[in-house]
Ligand binder design. Structure first.
Ligand SMILES: NC(=O)c1ccc[n+]([C@@H]2O[C@H](COP(=O)([O-])OP(=O)(O)OC[C@H]3O[C@@H](n4cnc5c(N)ncnc54)[C@H](O)[C@@H]3O)[C@@H](O)[C@H]2O)c1
Ligand SMILES: O=C(O)C(=O)C[C@@H](O)[C@H](O)[C@H](O)COP(=O)(O)O
Ligand SMILES: [Zn+2]
Length: 368
């Protein structure tokens, strides 16, 4: 299987996303070819470090690149002020200069935190994404959204800072825990739901085999990255079309916040529930057929993903509280909630014309 390249054309911030097998072992060569032998500071988490850090370090050393590494705790709670401060102070202590490289080796948590650390260190240091989770390969490593969470809302602190290179090695996905693989799949399905019904049709057949079929997996990663790159190229800072990538997230982010950014609900699981709720809301508002939300929920169930609020263990605050918390969403304009709704599978759009009664109905039905 070949290594494929998706180019993200952002003018002087353009970069390549390289996708294929064995890329971790080629990281030193790929990085040296593009940036020369600059010093590298790797940020990673404890799970990824145990499995993949040595391979990256060997690859860099073999190319004559000097690298040091900081290992952070694994999990969503790491996207916080304390760990950001820890990472930035460590990078300063390593005397990382603007033209050196911060390398994010990990899932979306590490990518978001490392990218934000690189954005604010010395007002901007170059960085490379080496995404190791399915979610990070198909979504978070591309597009330059970086940041951390606030107890008041998800990703409320951050900046746009594009990577200079993304290396997505399909082989490293083989060590993911099944639950983390499934959660990442939530974002894969999102692409079909927001803009490509043919892709969703294919996923309905190929999805259950993805984890054991590297060719199908690479196709899913490449297609997702192509879709994201296209949207980001047209709307880098989310003035319009990019908000489509937020399908399911108005619901999902609030559910992540109220579950304390914990293992009770992973980001991709929140996206799966949120996408189902967005389709249910669309159907109740007469925008799409009643079959569409059933098809979405059935596919997530077939993939072992949750699709209802009642699938989350433990207490969830009442609907008034959830809707009040949606007021912190970054898509809010002039105090008005904006949602991504759909006319059908693969046909999403952004709107502030949301029927509050139907919103209550959707949330209530999802708890049954
Ligand atoms: N910036 C963006 O555009 C964007 C897009 C989507 C999601 N996100 C963010 O990404 C985060 C979720 O990312 P995630 O699902 O990757 O979570 P994560 O980074 O917590 O990774 C999930 C788990 O998998 C482990 N892991 C990662 N790679 C592994 C591997 N190869 N083998 C074994 N274990 C591995 C991690 O240690 C962790 O325990 C959320 O914070 C979300 O907000 C950002
Ligand atoms: O890249 C984007 O744009 C996205 O919205 C991708 C989402 O999957 C991702 O979770 C993103 O971090 C959410 O953005 P936010 O601005 O709502 O925090
Ligand atoms: Zn997401």
């Amino acid at each position: 299987m070949t290594i494929e390249t998706v180019h993200v054309d952002l003018g002087d911030r353009a970069y390549d996303v390289r996708i294929g097998r064995g890329l971790l072992y080629r990281a030193g060569t790929e990085i040296a070819a593009l940036f020369g032998r600059r010093r590298v500071a790797i940020l990673t988490d404890e799970n990824v470090a145990a499995l993949h850090l040595a391979s990256l370090q060997q690859s860099l050393a073999a190319t004559g690149i000097e690298a040091s590494a900081l290992v952070l705790p694994a999990g969503e709670a790491t996207k916080c002020w304390a760990e950001l401060g820890h990472a930035v102070e460590w990078l300063i202590s390593q005397r990382i200069e603007r033209k050196d490289l911060v390398v994010a080796l990990g899932g979306g948590v590490i990518g978001d935190l490392a990218g934000f650390a690189a954005a604010i260190l010395r007002r901007g240091v170059r960085f490379v994404q080496i995404p190791t989770s399915l979610l990070a390969q198909v979504d978070s490593s591309v597009g330059g959204k970086t940041g951390i969470n606030s107890p008041q809302g998800k990703n409320l602190i951050g900046s746009f800072h594009q990577p200079g290179l993304v290396l997505a090695d399909i082989d490293v996905l083989g060590t993911l825990e099944p639950r983390d693989f499934r959660a990442g799949y939530g974002e894969v399905a999102k692409y079909g739901l927001l803009g490509d019904e043919n892709f969703f049709d294919w996923l309905e057949k190929a999805g259950p085999q993805l984890a054991s079929d590297p060719m199908a997996l690479q196709r899913a990663v490449r297609h997702s990255v192509e879709m994201k790159a296209g949207i980001v190229q047209r709307d880098e800072t989310e003035q319009g079309e990019r908000a489509l990538l937020n399908l399911g997230h108005t619901f999902g982010h609030v559910l992540e916040s109220v579950t304390g950014y914990s293992d009770r609900l992973l980001h991709g699981e929140g996206v799966a529930i949120g996408c189902t709720l967005a389709f249910d809301l669309s159907a109740r508002m007469g925008l799409c057929s009643q079959e569409a939300p059933s098809r979405v929920a059935a596919h997530f169930a077939a993939m072992g993903l949750p699709s209802r609020i009642s699938d989350i263990a433990g207490e969830i605050p009442d609907n008034e509280t959830l809707i009040a918390m949606m007021g912190q969403d970054k898509k809010v304009q002039d105090g008005k909630l904006r949602f991504i709704l759909a006319r059908g599978i693969g046909d999403a759009f952004v709107t502030d014309a949301v029927d509050r009664d139907r919103l209550h109905e959707v949330l209530a039905a999802s708890r049954l």
